[in-house]
Design a protein around this ligand. Structure first.
Ligand SMILES: Cc1cc2nc3c(=O)[nH]c(=O)nc-3n(C[C@H](O)[C@H](O)[C@H](O)COP(=O)(O)OP(=O)(O)OC[C@H]3O[C@@H](n4cnc5c(N)ncnc54)[C@H](O)[C@@H]3O)c2cc1C
Length: 377
């Protein structure tokens, strides 16, 4: 029987299913993609968008076109509530979309409730579009304006953002100081060698690094630290970690400890069986995964297979999270910091490897003329 399959969020984990929508539609089903933008930005290239190493067109997928070209409907909106009893999604506009099956890939956000920031000078590092807005702010400011920038956070995103701000400052001459403030040691869960290399890279960019002090609040261009000190900045980037979108808790669906939709090894909700999901917005029951894009990418095929199987009434297949993964941080100067388990090295070759892997991923799913687009943001 024909069914209506709805994709909520055109994120990294949905790309294979979106690429194969033609088969879904040919089998007689209806498909809809709902997302707040026609584009989805690849987070791995986000810091490079800030520094200008990449143009926006190089780092995004035109998910609207991808879906429409394959016979699906695209709705530019956000899902704000799921009503599993009526099998309905409520959108920001108030419109309701009924479904037979849904797959969620709504990602994650930077939790801001502890810092309760105010003002339009605060840039959480997700969504990635914020990094483009920050770049524009710096480049388009009045001639002579120079920015003091503060990065709050000490994980890999914070290091990449600070380093790429260094690059942007070199290119524009408009950044007069960058301070990174981290509650714990920078790259606390990396081997010591990686920390040393990251600190070296930040120092080369002139980044002042304050470790072991938490930021308490952000207001009026001031970051208040727990030791009572104030840091003044024209712009504040917040990279204090991520948590899944709050949609599932709000909808009363089963969630993991941090609010991700609780799914089983088939990426299927442990509650209503017609709900699936992948990427940062889900929590795998029994073995929660790190919230890194690597898993969203690995979930592509199993999610696609299981959505098709669910529509056709076939048995589902297990998702195997796989073993260790490598991370390569963009250090802003076309150098990368490579880490796989305890193996750490940095330099141009590491960045070249990152570029190769990132561009290979982009090529696979940039099937909608993205690179020919002249529109930039
Ligand atoms: C600066 C930075 C650099 C990173 N670099 C790396 C890296 O190099 N390697 C790595 O493995 N990980 C990296 N990460 C981690 C990475 O962000 C996430 O793990 C990855 O983005 C998860 O992909 P996703 O598709 O689940 O979510 P997202 O990328 O967040 O995508 C979610 C999509 O859903 C849409 N959406 C959101 N809410 C709704 C809604 N309510 N309704 C409809 N649509 C919605 C969004 O518009 C978006 O398109 C980085 C993160 C940051 C912040």
């Amino acid at each position: 029987m024909p069914k209506h399959l709805v994709f909520v969020g055109g994120g990294h984990a949905h790309l294979t299913a979106l690429m194969n929508l033609r088969d879904t539609v040919r089998a007689g089903h209806r498909a809809t993609l709902i997302g707040p933008s026609p584009y989805h930005y690849y987070s791995g290239m986000g810091p490079g968008l800030l520094s200008g190493i990449y143009r926006p067109a190089e780092a995004r997928f035109h998910v609207k076109k991808m879906a429409q070209d394959r016979g699906a409907t695209f709705i530019e909106d956000r899902v704000v509530l799921v009503d599993p009893v009526r099998r309905a999604l409520v959108l920001g506009s108030g419109v309701e979309v009924r479904y037979d099956a849904v797959s969620f890939n709504t990602g994650s956000e930077v939790p801001l409730d502890l810092l309760h920031p105010s003002g339009d000078d605060v840039f959480p590092v997700k969504p990635i579009e914020n990094l483009l807005a920050a770049r524009r702010r710096i480049r388009e400011a009045d001639a002579g304006k120079r920015f003091r920038v503060i990065v709050v956070g000490g994980g890999s995103a914070a290091v990449e953002i600070a380093a790429n701000l260094g690059h942007l400052g070199m290119e524009t001459g408009r950044i007069e100081g960058i301070t990174l403030v981290s509650r714990s040691t920078v790259l606390g869960d990396f081997p010591e060698e990686a920390r040393a290399q990251a600190r070296g890279a930040l120092a080369r960019w002139g980044v002042e690094t304050i470790e072991g002090v938490a930021a308490e609040s952000i207001a009026d261009r001031r970051v208040r630290l727990e030791n009572g000190a104030d840091l003044e900045g024209d712009m504040v980037f917040v990279a204090t970690g991520i948590r899944p979108s709050p949609l599932f808790r709000k909808s009363g669906l089963p969630t993991g400890a941090d609010g991700g939709l609780l799914v089983n090894e088939y990426l299927q909700c442990i509650g209503p069986p017609e709900l699936f999901g992948g990427g940062d917005c889900v929590s795998l029951a029994g073995s929660p995964l790190a919230r890194v894009g690597v898993y969203a990418v690995r979930q592509n095929r199993p999610l696609h297979r299981n959505l098709s199987a669910f529509l056709e009434g076939r048995p589902l297949q297990r998702f195997d999270p796989g073993g260790d993964f490598l991370l390569i941080l963009n250090l802003g100067d076309r150098k990368g910091l490579f880490r796989r388990k305890e193996i750490v090295w940095s330099g141009r070759l590491a960045f070249r490897l990152k570029e190769y892997l990132d561009r290979r991923f982009m090529r696979k799913f940039q099937v909608s003329g993205e690179l020919r687009e002249s529109r930039e943001e």
